[in-house]
Design a binder for this molecule. Structure first.
Ligand code: SF4
Length: 1025
C-alpha cells in the first residue's frame, strides 16, 4: 500500500491516489491540524469515504504518537533521568516532525487523543463505511457504533414492541428490575473480561447482534461499553444532533473531531431535529392518560391490592410507581392550563394560521407554569410516568395507550429546554438567544383530515378533539452547529457528493468553514455529456414554471422529447420532475394523448409512488427489466427530493441518462417555506449573522435538489452518462453557476432539439466504444451488495416502510437468512440443504421433522404436475433415511445385578417409534402449512433449514414468534415445536415459549439429555449397542 506524505502526515492508502483524492485528504488534514471546520464536496465515485477514513485516522495515529512521546518525556523528567534510549536531539527531531503533522505543539500537558465521531444519515450507510474501514490499513483501530434498541435489542418481548419510545421504557424497566437475561449476562461476563476483548476492534451493528445472539448478551449495552475506548465512533445524525439522544447515549463531544458524511441534507435534518408540531389530539391524549392513571391509582389505593402492606412487600409482584397521585394531579393541572392557554389564542378560521416570534413559546409555557426553574422536575415526572405505563406490556396503566401523549409532551419540553442555562448567565438573554432561531406557528386543525389519519389506539374522545396545532419551528441549522461547538468539539468536517452551491450551505450553518473544496470528478470528458434544451421537437419552449407547467402544448412537447430520448438512450433512462402534482398531471396528459404508448415502444415505464412501501419492489422490477437482454432497458420517472433522487444508485446500465424537467423550487405557499424566507430576510445583515436572503435561499434549494438528482447517474470512474436539462431556465448563466463544479465545464446549450439529439447519439456511440463493459449489474435492491459506491441507500431495517410491516423487518434484521425475502427458496435448494442436513443429523426428532417437511414439499410437487422436479429422488432420500433409522438397533443387556432389562428396543420397535414420530411431525407440518400463507410457510421452512445448519435456536424462535404469536389460535404451533428442538435447547425453548405464548411445552429436565449421550451412558453401565 502506498504511504503518502500529506501535510506531514503519513497516510497509508490502499492504492495510488488520483490527484482529487490527494486534494481531498489534504483538506481533511488541514481541518484537523488547524482546528477549523471544513466543507468538502467530492462527487460520488471519487473514493470520498476511503479518503476521509485514511486521512483522519492517519492524523489520529500521529496524535497518538505525539501523546505517547509527551507522556514518556514527562515521566522521564519527573524521574530526572532523561528519556529512555532517546537522545535529546532525536527527541527534538521526532517531536518537531509530530508537531508538524498533528498541528499541535509538543510538550503540552494535554495527553488526550481526540476521538473521531463519524456520522451519516442511516445505519445502512454507516455499515458501508465500516466495511470500507475493514479493507484499509487502519482496520485495527477501535471502533464503536451507536444504535437504537430498535436495531440492537434481542429481548424477545421488547423487540416485538412497535413503538420506539415504549421499547426504551420497557428496556429500562427490565434493566432496573434486572429481569433482562441478556443484560444480566453481559454484566456477569464483564467481571471476567473486557467488552473490547470479547468483541474485537472493528464492529458493526450486525456483528453486535450476531455476537449478542450467540452469547446471550445484550448488544445494545455492549455497544455502549465499546464506546468508552473507541478511537472512532459511528452514529446516525440524530444521535449527534439531538441533545437528549446524545445525553441518553453518553456521547462525549469535548475535544472530538466530528465528521458528517452524506451531509447534503444536513440543514434540514438540523432544523427538523430541533422542531415539533403539537397537535390538539396530542395534548388531549396526554391529559386523558394522566387522568386515567390517577383514577386507577386511587382505585388501587382504595382496594386491598395496594394496601400498605403490599407497598412494603416488593415480592407482591406489582411494580410500584415512582410518583404519587399528587404528582399526577399537578401534572394534569399544568397540561390543562397549557391547553386552555392555547385555546385562548385567536386563530382566524379559514386562515393559514398565525405566526409569533420564538420567545412566544417561553411566554406561553410560563402561563402554564412551565419554566426553566421547574422544567427538570416536570420532565423527570413525565419520564417516570411513561416508564411506568410502558413497563406494563398490556398498557393497563392508562387503559388508553402506552403513554404516547405523555411521551410527546416529554419530547417537546426536551426540545424547548434543550440547552441548559449557563451558570451566572441571565435567563432572559439565554431564552432570547435560543428563541432567535425559532418561530411559533398556530394553525387550526383540519378535522376531516385528522379523522382519516387517526390510529386505532387513539380511538377516543381525546383524539377527536378539534383545536389548533402549535408548531415550534427552528429555521437555523446553525442552532445545532452552535450547540455542538458549545460542547468544545475540535472541528466539524461536512462532506458529500453534492453540496453545491456551497455558499448557501455554509451561510446556513452559522459557523465559519475556512476550509472548502469542490472536487472535480475522476471521469474523463468522453464519459459525460451535459446539455440544456430550450425547445422541444415541435419548437415549443420547454419551461416548467408556474404559468406553463400544466399547458398541454408544453406537456406534449416534453413528452415528444422523452419519446426521442428513450429511442437513443441505451438501457436505463431517469426522468425527474419538480414535484408530484406536476409529474402526475403530465403523465396523465401523456396517457390521454398516446405519448405514453409511444414511449413504451422503446422502454417500459416505472413511476415513483408517493407510498414508500412499494419502492423496493418497484426498483427490483426496474432492475430486472434493465437486465433483460430481450428489452431495450427501462425508464424510471421520479420527483426531485423524493426517495429515488436522494438516495438510490443508478450506476452503469441502470442509468445512462438523467433528464431534469424543471426547477424544483420548494412549495411557495407552504407556511414553513414562507416563514423560513421571512426569517432569513429578518436576520440578514444582523450583527454576527451571515446568511442568504429569503429569495436566494429559495432559489438555491431548487439548485441543490437538481444537483442531487443529477448525481444519481455517474457513480464511479468507469461509468458514463448524459445529463439532459429540459427547461429553458437551465441555460441561464446563474443556473449554470449553481451546478456542481465537475458538471459546469461540460454544459452545452441547445436551441434546436434535433441538434441536441444528434449529439446525445454521438456521445453514447463514442462512450460505448471507449469504455469497458460494465461489471455484472446489481439485480436487486439489497443491503448486502458490496462496494462503497454501488449501494442504494434503502435502509436495511426498512425504516421507510409502513409501520405495519415492522415485525417482519425486525426479524429480517436479526435473521440473515430472511434478508432476501423476495427470493423464494427453490425446491432444489431446499432439498439440497435438507439432504446435507440429513447426512449430518444427530437427532432423530430433527430427522423426523425434516422428513415431514420434505414429505410436505413432495406432496406439493405431486399436486403440481408441471413441476420440473421429479419426486423420485426425494422419495428415495426419505426412504434411505428411514432405512437408516430402521437399521438402528439398541440391544439392551441385563446387568448382572439386575433381573430384568431396563430398556428393550428391537428393530421393529425402533422403526415404529421413528415412523410414529415422523407421522406426528408430518401432521405438525401439515397443520403449519394449512395455517400459514405461502410466504409465511416458506419463512418457516427456511428457518428450519437454517436451524439445522447453524443450530441457532434464537433465530428459529424469532421466526416462530413472528409466525405464531400474533394470534392466540396459533400459539399451540409454537409450543408443539418443542419436540423437534435439540436436547440442549429444550430448556431455553421452553422458557421462551412460556414467555411469548404463555403455553407450557411439556418440558422435563431429562429432555435436555442428549439421546446419544444417554445411550453412551447406558452402554457404560453394561448395555451394548
Ligand atoms: S437490556 Fe438489551 S436485550 Fe435487554 S431489553 Fe434492553 S436492549 Fe433489549
Amino acid at each position: 500500500m502506498p504511504l503518502l506524505d500529506i501535510r506531514g502526515v503519513n497516510v497509508n492508502f490502499p492504492f495510488d491516489p488520483y490527484p482529487c483524492q490527494v486534494d481531498y485528504m489534504n483538506k481533511v488534514i488541514e481541518c484537523l491540524q488547524k482546528d477549523v471546520n471544513g466543507v468538502l464536496e467530492s462527487p460520488t465515485g471519487t473514493g470520498k469515504t476511503l479518503c476521509l477514513l485514511c486521512s483522519s485516522l492517519a492524523w489520529q495515529e500521529s496524535r497518538k504518537a505525539q501523546t505517547e512521546l509527551n507522556k514518556q518525556v514527562s515521566v522521564s523528567h519527573l524521574l530526572g533521568s532523561g528519556a529512555d534510549n532517546l537522545s535529546a536531539k532525536s527527541i527534538e527531531g521526532i517531536a518537531k516532525s509530530l508537531e508538524n503533522s498533528t498541528g499541535t505543539s509538543w510538550g503540552g500537558s494535554d495527553f488526550a487523543v481526540p476521538k473521531i465521531i463519524y456520522a451519516s444519515r442511516t445505519h445502512s450507510q454507516l455499515s458501508q463505511v465500516i466495511q470500507e474501514l475493514k479493507r484499509t490499513a487502519y482496520n485495527s483501530v477501535k471502533v464503536s457504533v451507536i444504535g437504537s434498541r430498535d436495531q440492537l435489542c434481542i429481548h424477545e418481548q421488547v423487540k416485538k414492541e412497535q413503538n420506539n419510545t415504549n421499547k426504551v421504557h420497557m428496556c429500562r424497566a427490565k434493566v432496573n428490575a434486572r429481569t433482562c437475561y441478556y443484560y444480566n449476562h453481559l454484566d456477569d461476563l464483564k467481571k471476567n473480561s473486557e467488552p473490547r476483548v470479547m468483541m474485537g476492534n472493528v464492529v458493526d451493528i450486525e456483528d453486535l447482534v450476531g455476537y449478542g445472539q450467540k452469547n446471550k448478551v445484550c448488544p445494545y449495552y455492549m455497544a455502549r461499553e465499546l464506546k468508552s475506548d473507541a478511537d472512532i465512533t459511528f452514529m446516525p445524525y440524530n444521535y449527534l444532533l439531538d441533545p437528549k439522544t446524545r445525553k441518553a447515549h453518553g456521547v462525549e463531544l469535548q475535544g472530538s473531531v466530528v465528521i458528517f458524511d452524506e451531509a447534503h441534507n444536513l440543514e434540514k435534518i438540523c432544523e427538523d431535529s430541533s422542531s415539533f408540531d403539537l397537535k390538539p389530539g396530542d395534548l388531549a391524549t396526554a391529559i386523558e392518560e394522566v387522568t386515567r392513571l390517577a383514577e386507577k391509582m386511587l382505585e388501587m389505593y382504595k382496594s386491598e391490592q395496594m394496601s400498605e402492606s403490599q407497598f412494603d412487600d416488593p415480592s407482591a409482584g406489582a411494580e410500584l410507581p415512582d410518583f404519587t397521585v399528587d404528582d399526577l394531579l399537578r401534572l394534569k393541572a399544568t397540561l390543562v392550563d397549557l391547553e386552555e392557554e392555547i385555546d385562548k389564542i385567536d386563530v382566524p378560521y379559514n386562515s393559514k394560521g398565525i405566526t409569533k416570534p420564538g420567545m412566544f413559546m417561553y411566554e406561553l409555557l410560563a402561563k402554564a407554569n412551565i419554566v426553566y426553574g421547574n422544567k427538570n422536575i416536570i420532565v423527570d415526572t413525565l419520564d417516570k410516568i411513561v416508564s411506568y405505563v410502558t413497563a406494563d406490556a398490556s398498557g393497563a396503566g392508562t387503559g388508553l395507550s402506552k403513554g404516547a401523549g405523555l411521551s410527546k409532551i416529554t419530547d417537546i419540553l426536551k426540545i424547548i429546554f434543550s440547552q441548559d442555562l449557563a451558570p451566572g448567565s441571565s435567563l432572559i438573554e439565554h431564552q432570547e438567544k435560543t428563541a432567535r432561531s425559532y418561530k411559533v406557528h398556530l394553525q387550526r386543525e383540519d378535522i376531516g383530515k385528522k379523522k382519516k389519519q387517526m390510529d386505532l389506539w387513539t380511538n377516543s374522545s381525546a383524539a377527536e378533539k378539534s383545536g389548533k396545532t402549535l408548531s415550534y419551528w427552528c429555521f437555523s441549522p446553525g442552532h445545532s452547529m452552535n450547540d455542538l461547538k458549545a460542547h468544545g468539539i475540535k472541528c466539524i468536517v461536512l462532506t458529500s457528493g453534492t453540496l453545491s452551491p456551497l455558499s448557501s450551505f455554509t451561510a446556513e450553518m452559522q459557523v465559519p468553514f475556512p476550509v472548502q473544496l469542490e472536487n472535480p470528478h475522476v471521469i474523463q470528458k468522453h464519459q459525460v455529456w451535459v446539455g440544456t434544451m430550450r425547445k422541444g421537437p415541435d419548437g415549443t419552449v420547454l419551461n416548467s414554471n408556474f404559468e406553463t407547467r400544466f399547458n398541454p402544448s408544453y406537456q406534449s412537447s416534453l413528452g415528444n422529447c422523452i419519446v426521442n430520448l428513450a429511442r437513443v438512450t441505451p438501457n436505463g433512462l431517469l426522468i425527474f420532475y419538480p414535484s408530484y402534482p406536476v409529474m402526475e398531471k403530465c403523465l396523465e396528459h401523456w396517457k390521454e394523448t398516446n405519448i405514453w404508448t409511444r414511449i413504451e415502444q422503446y422502454k417500459q415505464i416505472f413511476v415513483e409512488s408517493r407510498s414508500k412501501g412499494v419502492l423496493n419492489d418497484l426498483m427490483n422490477d426496474f432492475y430486472s427489466k434493465i437486465n433483460d437482454p430481450s428489452l431495450n432497458g427501462a425508464i424510471f420517472i421520479a420527483v426531485c427530493r423524493g426517495k429515488v433522487s436522494e438516495g438510490l444508485d443508478f450506476s452503469d446500465i441502470n442509468g445512462r441518462a438523467v433528464v431534469i424537467t424543471g426547477l424544483p423550487y420548494p412549495p411557495y405557499l407552504d407556511p414553513k417555506v414562507v416563514l423560513k424566507m421571512q426569517y432569513l430576510d429578518e436576520m440578514k445583515g444582523k450583527q454576527g449573522f451571515q446568511s442568504l436572503s429569503g429569495k436566494e435561499w429559495y432559489k438555491q434549494q431548487a439548485s441543490r435538489a437538481v444537483n442531487q438528482a443529477i448525481g444519481r447517474v455517474i457513480r464511479h470512474k468507469e461509468d458514463f452518462g448524459a445529463i439532459i436539462l429540459c427547461d429553458t431556465r437551465f441555460a441561464n448563466p446563474d443556473a449554470v453557476r449553481q451546478l456542481p463544479v465537475w458538471v459546469r465545464p461540460h454544459v452545452n446549450k441547445y436551441d434546436a432539439f434535433g441538434l441536441a439529439l444528434k449529439d446525445v447519439m454521438v456521445f453514447f456511440k463514442t462512450a460505448e466504444k471507449m469504455m469497458p463493459a460494465p461489471k455484472p449489474p446489481k439485480r436487486s435492491v439489497s443491503s448486502s451488495s458490496h462496494g462503497a459506491y454501488f449501494m442504494p441507500t434503502i435502509t436495511r431495517s426498512g425504516h421507510a416502510g409502513p409501520s405495519g410491516i415492522q415485525p417482519a423487518h425486525a426479524v429480517m434484521q436479526h435473521v440473515p437468512s430472511l434478508k432476501h425475502r423476495g427470493e423464494s427458496v427453490s425446491n432444489d435448494k431446499l432439498r439440497e440443504q435438507y439432504q446435507s442436513a440429513g447426512r449430518s443429523a444427530s437427532s432423530s426428532s430433527q430427522k423426523s421433522l425434516f422428513s415431514a417437511l420434505d414429505h410436505s414439499e413432495k406432496h406439493q410437487e405431486e399436486r403440481l404436475p408441471t413441476s420440473p422436479l421429479p419426486s423420485l429422488q426425494q422419495s428415495s432420500t426419505s426412504g434411505a433415511l428411514r432405512k437408516q433409522q430402521s437399521k438402528k438397533k439398541i440391544v439392551i443387556k441385563k446387568r448382572a445385578s439386575e433381573s430384568a432389562p431396563i430398556i428393550q428396543e428391537s428393530t421393529e420397535v425402533s422403526s415404529k417409534v421413528s415412523m410414529s414420530h415422523l407421522n406426528s411431525a408430518e401432521s405438525y407440518i401439515a397443520e403449519v402449512k394449512s395455517t400459514l400463507s405461502g410466504d409465511s410457510y416458506k419463512m418457516f421452512s427456511r428457518a428450519l433449514v437454517e436451524y439445522k445448519k447453524t443450530e441457532d435456536i434464537d433465530k428459529v424462535i424469532e421466526v416462530l414468534a413472528t409466525l405464531f404469536t400474533d394470534d392466540t389460535a396459533k400459539h399451540h404451533l409454537f409450543a408443539k415445536f418443542y419436540r423437534f428442538v435439540r436436547a440442549k435447547h429444550k430448556e431455553h425453548f421452553h422458557i421462551m415459549c412460556q414467555e411469548l405464548t404463555g403455553l407450557a411445552t411439556g418440558y422435563k429436565a431429562e429432555d435436555t439429555v442428549n439421546k446419544k449421550r444417554l445411550q453412551d451412558n447406558i452402554a457404560c453401565h453394561g448395555i451394548i449397542d
